[in-house]
Design a protein around this ligand. Structure first.
Ligand code: CMP
Length: 211
């Protein structure tokens, strides 16, 4: 718990109290955590793994809103605005996740203003990202959007290498397509171009964003 940014600055006793209200659960790769529109009963914090937050249209096409990993939280929106789930969340890698019930989450945010402020800061950051996405989807070509997405992934999950930054999560072309807002075939073609241009390298199925 000490490693979770959300609980920074709390005393050992306070952390112990919070630990007691958490439930740990393992999700398999591709397991659904909840669906958009569902009734909301829990708040979630990712210990390890990777989940995608996404929306689906009538034709079954998916748009990934965000990929969330270690120490990220989700499921706060529906609990805070008393509405149904605003998007679906699925584990796309094996994930270990803490769960807190609606009632206990409400108590946490009313009793600990530091926690509330951190949640608000994260919501602001996510709104910033969404605004950037709106701008990119409105004005940028697919290739520019792909490069931006790769940079964001490198910022979040990157490991420094001699020749660039390795994105330390295995992300399929289909997942990249859902994130960027295009088709898998286009991603495959554009990655080929970026490799030609020496902007990207693939090593053991990991992407490296070159210097
Ligand atoms: P909730 O609406 O309860 O369920 C879906 C969750 O996905 C939502 O809470 C947020 O935690 C998360 N979420 C929704 N939209 C975004 C976004 N644009 N970026 C990151 N996370 C999001």
């Amino acid at each position: 718990l000490k490693k979770l940014e959300l609980f920074n600055g709390l005393s050992t006793e306070e952390l112990q109290e919070i630990k007691a209200i958490m439930q740990e659960k393992n999700y398999a790769k591709n397991e659904m955590i909840f669906m958009e529109g569902a009734e909301a009963n829990n708040f979630y914090i990712i210990l390890t793994g990777l989940v995608k937050v996404f929306k689906t249209d009538e034709q079954g096409r998916e748009k990934t809103l965000s990929l969330l990993g270690n120490k990220d939280f989700f499921g706060e929106m529906a609990l805070l605005d008393n509405n149904s789930r605003s998007a679906s969340v699925q584990a796309i890698d094996e994930s270990k996740i803490f769960k807190i019930s609606r009632k206990k989450f409400k108590r946490l945010v009313t009793e600990y203003p530091e926690i509330s402020l951190k949640i608000i800061a994260t919501l602001s950051q996510r709104l910033r990202n969404s605004n950037q996405q709106i701008q990119n989807l409105t004005f940028k070509q697919v290739k520019g959007r792909l490069l931006d997405s790769l940079k964001q992934l490198a910022d979040k999950y990157g490991v420094e290498q001699e020749n660039g930054i390795l994105i330390n999560k295995k992300i399929t072309h289909q997942e990249l397509a859902n994130l960027v807002g295009t088709t898998r075939a286009t991603i495959t073609k554009l990655l080929g171009e970026l490799i030609e241009e020496d902007k990207v390298e693939i090593k053991n199925r990991y992407l490296i964003l070159k210097k």
